[in-house]
Design a protein around this ligand. Structure first.
Ligand SMILES: [Mg+2]
Length: 135
């Protein structure tokens, strides 16, 4: 086999948080190219906190605008949680949302991606943040 699938050297898991099911599906589909990466979806900040409490995640990707508990509050909550104060967080923002982006980064998010999501860009960023080698 000579496929170019990036390989994770150990089992890693990522939580994808977005209130838009198509957006979640798209991100999960893109990241499914990374072998050894388990992907879990959450539909808002509260659902994310519930899922984060019951497992150990290596990465959180979160939308900003969500009902119930938005992405900014989620970042704030995670940075105040001793189990997740160091977990890498990638925020998903819209092109025009520079203020939200700055706020999320100042609250402790590590990086951001901008909608419309480019699959290759998300994969590259996640591999870089999780320090997953090419092969
Ligand atoms: Mg949203």
């Amino acid at each position: 086999m000579t496929d170019q699938t990036p390989q994770a050297t150990r089992r890693l898991s990522a939580l994808v948080v977005d209130d838009s099911p198509p957006m979640r599906k798209m991100i999960v589909f893109a990241l499914s190219r990374i072998a050894g990466l388990t992907l879990v979806e959450a539909e808002d900040g509260v659902d994310a906190l519930r899922k984060l409490a019951g497992a150990r995640f290596d990465l959180v990707l979160t939308d900003i605008n969500m009902p119930i508990l938005d992405g900014l509050k989620l970042v704030k909550r995670l940075r105040a949680d001793e189990n997740y104060q160091d977990v890498p967080i990638i925020i998903i923002t819209t092109e025009g949302a520079a203020e939200d982006r700055q706020r999320a980064l100042s609250l402790g998010a590590n990086a951001y991606i901008t909608k419309p999501i480019q699959a290759g860009e998300v994969v590259r960023l996640v591999r870089q943040i999780l320090k997953i080698g090419e092969r």
